[in-house]
Design a binder for this molecule. Structure first.
Ligand code: ZN
Length: 221
């Protein structure tokens, strides 16, 4: 976990410590992930926790970005006790475009061949695909056609970073790890704007049984 946190700091990606799965032997509320995943108790203990083991520890996280080795080492180099998960802070060094799994896999197919291979992509254990791109700071933010379940996470949002621990669900992981290069947002969004993208979505979405994807990202908390 420390190595990952340091790599994000080195890349200029701000992080904050995140909630982790609670000790399963401790009495407390147990949440079942939407979609029928294994039960997960969140460290925060809040009965209305919407992002179990997937949100910043501090409500003031937006003002506590970690950008140095010293601060990262303080949080993620501990000899004992559970380590906090890692939350990446969006909107400063990158935006994240998050999509349900069935859309995410097709997105890679539809992205330009010059963009897709090196574009960083993380996959959550809850089935969300996270596409990293340069922050969209234009006056007219890109919009994704309705029906894809795609959401842009910019300033004021966070995303659980690999290898965050989601308890029985598993860990966040990189499908394509970052290599100090990000595609422009339009290059990523183009995959959802192309006419054939709509056809692909129509082929992969069964309206009778839409895939359920639990929320595993969020905005300001
Ligand atoms: Zn929580």
């Amino acid at each position: 976990m420390l190595r990952a946190a340091l790599s994000y700091v080195d890349a200029g990606w701000p992080v904050v410590p995140g909630a982790m799965p609670a000790n399963p032997r401790r009495a407390g509320r147990v949440w079942t992930l939407l979609g029928g995943g294994p039960p997960l108790e969140c460290f925060c203990g809040q009965p209305d926790c919407h992002w179990p083991a997937a949100h910043p520890l501090s409500p003031d996280w937006a003002d506590q970005h970690i950008t140095t080795h010293q601060a990262a080492t303080f949080w993620w180099d501990r000899p004992r006790g559970p380590l906090p998960n890692i939350m990446l802070c969006c909107g400063q060094a990158f935006d994240v475009w998050t999509a349900p799994g069935h859309v995410g896999s097709r997105t890679l197919d539809l992205m330009d061949a010059g963009v897709a291979p090196p574009a960083p992509v993380a996959i959550s254990p809850t089935g969300q695909w996270h596409f990293f791109a340069t922050p969209d700071r234009t006056d007219r933010p890109l919009r994704v056609p309705a029906g894809f379940g795609v959401t842009r996470l910019g300033a004021g949002c966070w995303i659980p970073a690999p290898p965050s621990d989601r308890g029985p669900a598993g860990r966040d992981r990189w499908l394509v790890p970052p290599h100090r290069w990000l595609p422009d947002a339009p290059a990523v969004a183009a995959a959802w704007s192309a006419p054939r993208a709509g056809q692909a979505a129509a082929r992969t979405v069964d309206p009778q049984s839409p895939p359920v994807t639990p929320p595993d990202h969020g905005g300001r908390r």
